[in-house]
Design a binder for this molecule. Sequence first.
Ligand code: C2E
Ligand code: MG
Ligand code: MG
Length: 572
Amino acid sequence: MKERWSDSDIIDDNQFQLVLDTMPGRVFWKDLNHTYRGANLAFARDIGFDSVADIIGKTDFDTSASQDQMQAFVDDDRAVMSSGMPKLRIEEPQTRADNRTYWLETNKIPLKDSDGNVIGLLGTYHDITDRVEARQEIEYQAVHDQLTKLPNRRYLMSRIEALDQMPNRSNWGALLFLDLDQFKQVNDSLGHQVGDCLLQLVAERINSTINVAQGVCRTGGDEFSVLLEDLGSDESLALQSATNRAESIVNGLAAPFYVNEHCLYIGVSIGLTLISPRSKYLQSKLREADVAMYEAKAQGQNIVQSYSEEMRLRTDRCYSLQNRLRQAVQTGGFNLVYQPQVDVDGTLICAEVLLRWNDDELGSVSPLEFIPLAERTGAIHAIGDWVLDAALQQIVDWESRFQLAPTFKLAVNISAVQFSDRNFVNKIKCAVASYGAAASRLELEITESLLLENEDNILIALNELRAAGFNIVIDDFGTGYSSLSYLTYIPFNKLKLDRSFISRIAADKHQHGIAMAVTMLARTLNVKLVSEGIETSEELAVLATLGSDLFQGYYFAAGLPSSDFAKRYLIE
Ligand code: C2E
Ligand code: MG
Ligand code: MG
């Protein structure tokens, strides 16, 4: 080999090989029979040879590549040589003599003679393993949860999408949604580190209990899901199998978890929905499993609940009620009706203010349906304020136009949830003052069952309200199923015997007995007893004989719009 270059030099074979061996990439060329005719040293080493000379005359089948890879190389080569078109920037794996798989970016270009005939193929490549592995890591992280190493929600979605697009499915499947019960308490009381460890242990335990490859995902903070794809072709067996597996998770998680020095117990609520082989648009399954999971929570937690169509209708209804209710609170879709309360002579004593909601889309919705919902969502505060305001406006209006008996009152229903607003008492007092009304014009009805739930703050508020001159009424008396001891410390003026003790009073000895006992109780406690829900003269006669002081019910009138009420009961 010459040691120096001169201008007239034409590159000789040795120099040519030196250049090839010095370049950072790999280069090789083959003839039409796929036989190597030349290469650089780096390439020879990649495929398991010590020198370039050793590979001349060999084919891919003599190298360290795997059978599959060899076939892929040969197929590619053939395509390039027969078409005469290059294939550029092909990403492909290569297993080398050290048995590791490397990633290559390869170019394959047809070699042509001076007449343009293809006589072989020139290949070049460089190692892009780092780049590919970095990309694979990013791709892995995008579909896996870092904490538990389980696949994540995105992965679940892609599996569901793939299942959706699979033609001719024959097996039933199921999707389970798991939500840990009271996990937040662990986080709040023991800290996030303990919470994280617990999640890792829970993930491991679910995985080992259910044992479905890549089937368990962590889909949210304390939410997991399991996709079961091969539950056979029989629907009821599929349901049985999915339920059994879900129950095995509930049972599996029942054993304690040990995190540091803590021994922790955690429950799980599981929603289950079946995936029929004919189901399409499987995204909807996510919602179904979610709905079933919430049902499991509502039913006391730590159980499995299967999705049903009836459940969906109920949830849809609840969802649209919530939405419409929110709108009604803002745009004022409510109005009030007034139901008279009379004494034994039929004299008007009071009117209960009853809320009505007539929605443009849902029609008329009963307060029995929307008040509990408003209590759960907190909308009750705004609704309660509106009722109080409208009732006060009404009483002031009636006072100015009619001769109201000085003792006439409006009875407004108050939800126990409203008492959670610390400013509630003050709010009522201010509202009454701002309308220039007297506190004695208002009666506040509180349902017994709710009253029992959080006595303390309510008790303080009730005492303040009583002291300010408001009448307090215990509504739906008898439905609270609890100790009567609260009667001794809650300051109230009236008891309302619930309609459920009245509806069969003439025929049912027990109802009669309860009504009698409550009448005596009211008398002993020196409060008035109102019998509510009176529909017949018979009911009225029995209750009047027993000594009930006041009466309310359809027998006299249902809730009436303000003008009808005034026409029937008020004197100008
Ligand atoms: P409640 O306070 O016990 O009201 C009495 C309910 O019994 C009213 O139902 C009334 O229309 C009904 N009722 C009256 N007489 C009869 C009768 O003879 N037969 C029968 N079958 N029913 C009768 P409504 O208006 O549907 O109210 C239901 C419940 O919704 C109320 O029970 C009350 O707990 C709640 N509610 C109504 N308005 C309001 C409100 O403004 N605020 C709050 N927080 N709750 C309200
Ligand atoms: Mg009431
Ligand atoms: Mg009632």
